[in-house]
Design a protein around this ligand. Sequence first.
Ligand SMILES: Cc1cc2nc3c(=O)[nH]c(=O)nc-3n(C[C@H](O)[C@H](O)[C@H](O)COP(=O)(O)O)c2cc1C
Ligand code: SF4
Ligand code: SF4
Length: 624
Amino acid sequence: MTKLKSLAELIKMKEMLLQQKKGYSKHLHVCGGTGCQAAHSKTLDMNLKEIIDDKGLNNSVRVVTTGCFGFCEKGPIVKVLPDNTFYTEVKPADAREIIEDHILKGNKVERLFYTDPATNEKVSNSEEMGFYKKQLRIALRNCGAINPEDIHDYIENDGYQALGKVMLVYGAVETIDIIKKSGLRGRGGGGFPTGLKWEITSKVEADQKYVVCNADEGDPGAFMDRAILEGDPHSVIEAMAICGYTIGATKGLVYIRAEYPLAITRLKKAINQARETGLLGTDIMGSGFDFDIELRFGAGAFVCGEETALIHSMEGLRGEPTFKPPFPSVSGYLGKPTNVNNVETFANIPVIINKGADWFASIGTEKSKGTKVFALAGKINNVGLIEVPMGTTLREIIYEIGGGIKDGKKFKAIQTGGPSGGCLTEKHLDTPIDYDNLTAAGSMMGSGGMIVLDEDDCMVSVAKFYLDFIVEESCGKCAPCRVGNKRLYETLERITQGKGTPEDLERLKNLSNVIKETSLCGLGQTSPNPVLSTMENFWDEYVEHVYEKKCRSGQCKALLNYHIEEELCVGCTACKRSCPVNAITGDKKQLHVINQDICIKCGACEEKCAFDAITIRIEKKIPA
Ligand SMILES: Cc1cc2nc3c(=O)[nH]c(=O)nc-3n(C[C@H](O)[C@H](O)[C@H](O)COP(=O)(O)O)c2cc1C
Ligand code: SF4
Ligand code: SF4
């Protein structure tokens, strides 16, 4: 690979690459993200290349294996450029039709178009799809647009120019000023102003400083950072180098969870290519600045995403947080000043330098600028990865981008902010999303997990689910989090089993507040949020569980009644034979009856009954 020695050489390379691409009349972008690969996009990619080769189209048609397009629900995705045709749910066997009909004859393959569920109409262009209309892809700008395994694709899209400008034009102070003016805040959850963090680290005197990229991404269901690293690793590498130059660090470390094999492979490849091209290493672009990056692997502990625990883990110590201050900016990795930023935060940096602080600051709300990437999951039609301007409402996300609630069910709540976030309701749907509004509503931005819940979800069980996660993931260093969360979990468990008392409700609130106030790190300080927010917004469900021993959504099995309907029971004895505790009595061809005192609500009888005679009653049957 050509080693670039100046910014001018980089720009010349970009122009040369653009010139080379002019020969191609069609570009087929095939999603090569983890989700689509699981649905055989690799074979699809291979088939397309083979058919193109067979037909002698290699000089005019190009297949680009890209990162995630975000619309994971409808993957594998193939996008054809320049006509912007967006094919969904493409199978390896569809490759021939795409090449022979669309590429050679100009007849688009309509059956692979997305069908809009609202209108039942076929949509061929992603820009006209509800899922994309309200999105603005800044951090995800290159995901789905370039080959993450080829540095030339990144360079062709202005890659590494921001680094060149920072080192050779702006200098450290002006760069920090640009980031401060842009209003960028950390996307890892805390929302700390990025420019200010860089400034603090830059001002600390030390013989060695470090730049750390936090790619731990421990929130259940979250895959924003994974998608960026799989789809656009160079933007993170470039941003880390920019940060290093600005704060005076020559070493960068990416802490990435070992369960992200594709992201790790692509990141390693990208680092090697950047070294070979002279964009990492010594005297980058003739600036005299040296910078290189190493990887460190996390073992999947949620707490290791907390920056002090992460640093300990990188040092080979137990992944436990320590009290702040000192902040990593002052004393971090190996006791040296360390700037820790999230993957998505870094992905925004090069484009801010290239397009300017004012451009970025013009997007979003007063105190939260730019966009945010969310992993949209749960009972929603369009599950996937989305990026929206700050200030977009939850209603727009759920109903326009997300396509509404699955199976026409009624919306109940949206859980934002990961395991320590909160559940928001109907009344919050028109709240513009930003750091402050979400916190004021009793939840938080977190790193970007969004789980939609419908009428079938029990909110007490939802709180219990998150507490279960927290109990598993607490590092155990401080008692409020270690013991307190366990007690919260046990109390919720009692309530869902119909054994809750009015005192339990009081205990949940008091203990939650104690845990929040006295825990050592962010994990414990936010862990009671699911309990407090569901108690605040769904108090009547807690009351029903405790006072009426009733779960309105039928999720809490202990509060249900299995009942045999007299008019449907034919006395076949199937239920009686399936019951593990002999709770069912009745002779052949006679009505069978369940003894509620013996029944353990296992559901085996309901499964076995071929006459649908066994029903579940939510109302507890009060004995006469
Ligand atoms: C329990 C816990 C888990 C965290 N997990 C992550 C994570 O997976 N990724 C991340 O970037 N930040 C995570 N954070 C936040 C980091 O401590 C830190 O604030 C962040 O990496 C700073 O980067 P930013 O300013 O770019 O957001 C976590 C915090 C806590 C308390
Ligand atoms: S709050 Fe929880 S995770 Fe944080 S230090 Fe204490 S025990 Fe560990
Ligand atoms: S739910 Fe299970 S325990 Fe209860 S009657 Fe049916 S089979 Fe027996």
